[in-house]
Design a protein around this ligand. Structure first.
Ligand SMILES: Cc1cc2nc3c(=O)[nH]c(=O)nc-3n(C[C@H](O)[C@H](O)[C@H](O)COP(=O)(O)O)c2cc1C
Length: 199
């Protein structure tokens, strides 16, 4: 993405295009953003993999285990931020969004069906993420991790959840030798409205 061409008109499209492209680029730094959640008392932040983008719906998608803290936090408070940084392009994108959790429904099923078997095993831990263990490990039955196309991972499906974050604002910051630039892009309900900000 050539961010030097950015203006308030084309910036929303450029941001969505950069995020959408990152989904298919395994080593893109934009593919592993940080997702922050908050309940009434505490903020939590963690790395996730950006699994999908729906520009029309303004959705960012990631997958998780239904038993994680982030799911409980989103269910208590839908307000999240998703933070991206591209160190080569020197661009930070902070998305403010309302998140929804989909599990055991048509949306979860659609993403699950597209998930390679090896990745489905990630949702097969016997205890929920964050549960204590007597020794280091992932608590997944080793037989389920064998690269066998016939492995039955359907029992892991109830643990699989899709988080969809519906973006209502982007805070975009571009570090440049010629002077840093920052913009706020807000969805008004009908269109994007942009504003330059002091970086
Ligand atoms: C590179 C990387 C990618 C990750 N991707 C995900 C992911 O897509 N979904 C997820 O739930 N956890 C992912 N994790 C693990 C989370 O960062 C976190 O440790 C875990 O989900 C527990 O988070 P929670 O207890 O705050 O819910 C990833 C971690 C790393 C380092």
């Amino acid at each position: 993405m050539d961010w030097h061409e950015s203006n308030l008109e084309n910036l929303p499209g450029q941001i969505w295009e950069a995020l959408s492209d990152a989904v298919g680029i395994p080593h893109s730094p934009l593919r592993t953003p940080a997702l922050s959640t908050t309940n009434r008392l505490e903020t939590s932040i963690r790395t996730v993999v950006l699994r999908g983008v729906d520009i029309k719906k303004r959705h960012l998608y990631c997958f998780t285990d239904l038993r994680t803290s982030k799911v409980r936090e989103i269910r208590a408070n839908e307000q999240v931020q998703v933070l991206f940084y591209h160190p080569v392009q020197k661009v930070q994108i902070r998305a403010t969004a309302a998140a929804m959790v989909y599990a055991d429904d048509a949306i979860a099923r659609e993403f699950w069906e597209k998930l390679p078997l090896a990745q489905r095993a990630n949702y097969a831990a016997r205890s929920g993420p964050g549960s204590p263990l007597n020794e280091p490990g992932d608590d997944i039955d080793p037989a389920l991790k064998e690269t066998s196309a016939t492995a039955d991972l359907e029992p892991a499906y109830p643990n699989f959840a899709v988080i969809a974050a519906e973006v209502d604002q982007f805070d975009w910051l571009h570090l440049r030798d010629a002077g840093n630039v920052r913009a706020n892009i807000r969805w008004t309900g009908k269109r994007y409205s942009g504003l330059w900000l002091v970086p």
